[in-house]
Design a protein around this ligand. Structure first.
Ligand SMILES: [Zn+2]
Length: 259
């Protein structure tokens, strides 16, 4: 075994499906050689739960952000709280945040998403922490907005084309690939996996969603990130150790602000 294990750059450990059996979930990570997990909190209750988890399992890092379609959460009180917690040392990134045009067809609401996204990025810029971007059916608007705000971070569960991938990389975004890369009919993520330079890549589960093969259909968990990693190594024709080292280096470089 190499010096580095696998790493899950995007999981939702505060989701009850994982939180209620957290010991089992972490044990599975150890079994599968997953030595680092970034857990994503989408509200302040989830954040409290994540702080509890981190106390027991220091290999867990925390990110906090407001999801694009959770419109009810964008209150002035929550903006204030987000601004405050963004300074907390335990929080290494702001997000996930972004644009979701798959779940939102109304142009007025999409504009609300763009306004909220810019405001969240401003918070991240003030504390100089990377942002985690969720973008679905909104490639063009995401690129345009990220160009305008000029920050850096991760395209979580990257699912757009190879051409777009090059654009995001130019803008200082790391592409994080998830379970879909292992799906039989998913052509595009496989092409992206082959193309993406080793220093612009992370892997993730987005658990409890998006279970990779060979567990597709079951509930996802961070331990399964190993299947995403192994699959990418097959596509890139490289040994597992090479990818493990690369994702750890990319991760540490990106989130170094708090170390
Ligand atoms: Zn997520």
């Amino acid at each position: 075994m190499g010096k580095f294990g696998w790493l899950d750059s995007h999981a939702h450990l505060s989701d009850d499906r994982l939180y209620n059996r957290i010991d089992e979930v972490i044990a599975k990570c150890e079994e599968n050689n997953v030595d680092k997990i970034l857990t994503i909190c989408l509200n302040f209750e989830e954040l409290e739960k994540a702080f509890e988890v981190k106390k027991r399992f220091p290999q867990v890092d925390i990110a906090m952000g407001l999801f694009p379609t959770d419109y009810d959460l964008y209150t002035e009180e929550n903006w204030k709280r987000l601004e405050e917690v963004s300074q907390d040392q335990r929080i290494v990134a702001i997000g996930e945040m972004g644009l979701d045009y798959y779940w939102e067809k109304d142009e007025k609401q999409r504009e609300v998403q763009r306004i909220n996204l810019k405001r969240q990025i401003e918070i991240a810029k003030r504390v100089n922490k990377p942002i985690l971007i969720h973008s679905r059916d909104a490639a063009k608007d995401t690129i345009d907005l990220l160009k305008e705000v000029n920050h850096f971070g991760v395209m979580h569960c990257y699912s757009y084309s190879v051409e777009m991938a090059k654009e995001f990389i130019k803008l200082r975004y790391i592409l994080s690939l998830a379970g879909p890369v292992t799906f039989k009919n998913a052509r595009e993520p496989k092409e992206v996996a082959k193309m993406v330079p080793m220093d612009c890549l992370l892997i993730e589960t987005d658990s409890p969603y998006l279970t990779p093969e060979p567990h597709r259909g079951k509930e996802n968990e961070p331990g399964y990130v190993k299947h995403v990693g192994e699959y990418i190594c097959e596509l890139k024709e490289i040994p597992n150790e090479e990818l493990q080292e690369a994702i750890h280096k990319n991760y540490d470089k990106l989130f170094k602000v708090n170390r």
